[in-house]
Design a protein around this ligand. Sequence first.
Ligand code: SAM
Length: 503
Amino acid sequence: MAARGAADGDGMTGLEHSHELTRFRAIVTQRLGLLVAEPRMAELADTLGRRIAASGLSGAHYLDRLQAAANREELRALARELTVTETYFFRNGEQFKALAEVALPARLAAQPVGRPVRILSAGCASGEEPYSLAIAVREGPLRCAERVAINAFDLNPAMLEKAARAQYSQWALREMPDALQARWFEPAAGMMQLVDAIRGAVVFEERNLAVEDEDFWQSGRFDIVFCRNMLMYFSPEQAQAAVARLARALVPGGYLFLGHAETLRGLSGEFHLCHTHDTFYYCRRQDAIGAVAPAAAAPALDGLAWTEAIRRASERIDVLAQASLAGRAAAPAAAAEPDLHGALDLHNRGQFDRTLAHLGALPPDQARDPDVMLLKAVSLSQRGQWRHAEAVCAELLERDELNAGAHYVLALCHEGTGNAQGALEHNQTAAYIDPGFAMPRLHMGLIARRLGEGARARRELGEALTLLQREDSSRLLLFGGGFPREALVALCRAELAACAGTP
Ligand SMILES: C[S@@+](CC[C@H](N)C(=O)[O-])C[C@H]1O[C@@H](n2cnc3c(N)ncnc32)[C@H](O)[C@@H]1O
């Protein structure tokens, strides 16, 4: 891929251009947090070409300058060009309900006398989100505006200029009921002007979430943080560092709202997952100071392809097994030491009793390995041992609350014990934590059809059909109940046909 613009004229070869583009991409991630996705590389090349031309420097010199810490103006120019700034008032409205009915009352009750509840909108774009927060605290059941302080920041200065003007198109208000619009906006030259009471309720600043600033990210500074639809553009490392900052700045018991397609899976172990008002959000644990996400610690399941996770888990089990063999070299029984490969193989052949026997023979430290526990829970559920499977999942979730597999097995257990709502709840959680996981979608579709909820069944089954076709084969083997992909796809199609046209 070649960068265009002035860089073309300085005698560089296409290869050098490509090298510079790679370097540019890495600097953008390092300085702004953003990982420019492959489909946007042509756009990135355009930007690089234009910025090199504007600087009057050679490509290499421009990149050297960009890497140097002091080049703030250039980073601001890049922020204007590279950020995705889509937003609107009351985006994901259910989160504002959870704010008004759960997070705010809890934080108001916990607040020392005289201290306001401090809300942060991180990555506020052109202001729609923090202004929605200001309206929500005035409209909500508590009407607690005088006890709330709202801060907001964004990297992109053009967005902050727009937020300061506070003039919006009808499109930005599309999710806002007419009565609210009438109360908080006035028509102005074809636009809608936000009233001063709301404009004055938010303190905006230009700030980069990818930069450490101990003064700003002071421990316990905020009670509630909205950081929605920003981390999805960050590299995993930058997202992890950013979440660590947010966690530090939140009081224990404080709330974090992410975008509806974003999860903390693999990013942090410092939060409990909350699920109310048909939405997910997080509550900072009281006991977790700097807890690392389970994925970054031993289990290494999150953020990896399932096959890779299983391979790594198996390798770890092998290492553990060998260590224990070495320690008991003289013991004749040691030769029969089991490993996860063997157990998985038995499981994949549908021999669940033997899988359980295999796992049951592991020494206690290996038996508590999260991968081993998950395999055990799946095998127990296959044998209909719901209570035992549930207990294993509960133990696993105590250690890793964002384990999508454990939630899926719990959904099976609830269904097995006649609790369809419980099953739906855990499937929803599994699907939220891991949006690529097909089985909870299929399961929700089947349950919804049985409950006579045609529209929901069609939605979930349609989603399951798409996901099943690209679901990792190892994961299908583990969670697919012994059915091959084709059979699950055929089941999905048949169910979809059966619920076509039902309400
Ligand atoms: C898609 S918008 C989301 C706006 C709003 N939070 C919402 O959900 O509707 C993402 C915003 O994050 C901002 N952003 C991206 N990287 C950032 C960074 N490193 N620091 C601060 N803001 C950043 C962008 O400028 C953009 O305005």
